[in-house]
Design a protein around this ligand. Structure first.
Ligand code: AKG
Length: 266
């Protein structure tokens, strides 16, 4: 894979799938491990979406995939976009169970206009956050590979912001991001995307890892931060919440990965 090719596709199409980041059998093993962590510990509804199991801050509970987060094909792209001092903002397990419902078109934080912490529209045409979805089981049309609208990252708004696009309706140019287990979908977080229906008989296991430049304020995501008190607790608006990384978990991370999480240790 060439870094230039990935950067080219992210700039022009808004997304790209890098294959074989994790060896296929190992990716399947990690997928089972993540499934065990998320579904095995389930104590009640964990996602607003029917038949999607979700775990925010997965890294605090499961570190099996941690060493790959500094893989040069992925971290190299983040650093080319944001510079050396890149940080990870989210590690979310997303398990789409068979027959889950299709989700709404949205752009990720901080471009989702329904979250308290969002960049107001119209957005400047700048990459400010990189979403990666790690395929720990095959992503195909049948299993519900992420739906994406190519080129939508160039739009100054998205369907969370009343842009006259029905968030639930199929979009004419939509496509599925597909790849074998071990592939990684990368996209500019402005890119419109949605959960697809898993029409297979097995869970589709993904881990969404987002990379942020050092200058993007992530504190609203942290319970107890002043930004969260000011913008969420005191206003009644909502936003994602990312659990902290415990000190002991941080100490056990590979040295190449520690810099990506040290801002999140509590
Ligand atoms: O699971 C997917 O394919 C999409 C997940 C998604 O929309 C998100 O994490 O924002």
């Amino acid at each position: 894979m060439s870094l230039e090719k990935t950067l080219h596709h992210i700039a022009v199409d808004g997304f790209y799938v890098v294959e074989n980041v994790i060896q296929k059998d190992e990716a399947h093993r990690l997928g089972s491990d993540v499934w065990e962590t998320v579904v095995g510990e389930k104590t009640g509804p964990v996602s607003a979406m029917k038949d999607v199991d979700f775990q925010a801050g997965l890294i605090a509970k499961n570190q099996s995939f941690a060493k790959y987060l500094a893989h040069p094909d992925i971290l190299g792209v983040s650093q080319a976009l944001f510079g050396e001092h890149v940080r990870i903002s989210f590690t979310s397990a997303i398990i789409n169970n068979p027959d889950n419902s299709r989700g709404k078109w949205h752009s990720d934080w901080p471009f989702n206009q329904q979250m308290a912490g969002h960049i107001p529209t119209p957005y400047p045409d700048v990459v400010m956050h990189l979403t990666t979805i790690w395929m720990l089981s095959p992503f195909s049309i049948e299993t519900g590979g992420t739906l994406i609208v190519p080129g939508s990252h160039k739009s100054p708004n998205n369907p969370t912001g009343n842009n006259d696009v029905d968030p639930m309706a199929p979009y004419p140019t939509e496509m599925h991001a597909t790849g074998d287990a071990g592939s990684v979908l990368l996209f500019d977080s402005r890119c419109w995307h949605a959960t697809a229906t898993n029409n297979s008989e097995k869970p589709r296991v993904g881990v969404a890892v987002r990379y942020a430049p050092w200058w993007l304020n992530l504190d609203i995501l942290m319970l107890g931060s002043d930004e969260r008190k000011r913008m969420v607790d005191e206003t009644g608006f909502v936003d994602n919440q990312v659990p902290p990384v415990p000190e002991a978990v941080f100490e056990g991370l590979p040295d190449t990965v520690k810099p990506l999480f040290r801002h999140w240790v509590r």
